[in-house]
Design a protein around this ligand. Structure first.
Ligand SMILES: [Zn+2]
Length: 133
């Protein structure tokens, strides 16, 4: 069986990531615990850490390359997914602990994936502009 894929192995992909940041837990206000029925318990929202991850709809373009292509075929058709890893130069240029360096299952038709930097940056600027309104 010959399945046509949109992208090839080792091809660079430009993927939009939404940046996350730590913010003080809104439930315990950073105290790590709350009082419930006169008992001091670990805050159920932040699990006792005092902070939560938050997203601010702030997008960034990151460069990845395709390590592996997986094809699943079911009744609804082919499902092509890509296992991608961060480009080494991009990791140095855009260091962030919350940008994944490698992950599975980037779907071929995913809205966050582009074949050129120009297209990716255009969409990235559009998303960030919506946020600023
Ligand atoms: Zn908390």
């Amino acid at each position: 069986m010959n399945i046509k894929t949109k992208y090839d192995i080792n091809q660079k992909l430009y993927i939009l990531n939404e940046l996350s940041y730590r913010k003080t837990c809104p439930m315990c206000k950073g105290a790590t615990n709350i009082v419930l029925e006169n008992e001091l318990i670990d805050c159920p929202l932040c699990h006792g850490s005092g902070w939560v991850w938050s997203k601010d709809n702030k997008w960034l373009v990151n460069v990845y390359y395709i390590h592996e292509i997986c094809a699943d075929v079911d009744d609804s058709g082919e499902l092509i997914t890509y296992e991608v890893f961060r480009d080494r130069e991009d990791q140095i240029e855009n260091p962030s602990s919350k940008i994944p360096n490698g992950f599975n299952n980037i779907h071929e038709d995913c809205d966050d994936v582009f074949s050129t930097r120009e297209k990716a940056e255009k969409e990235c600027n559009k998303r960030n502009a919506i946020r600023e309104k």
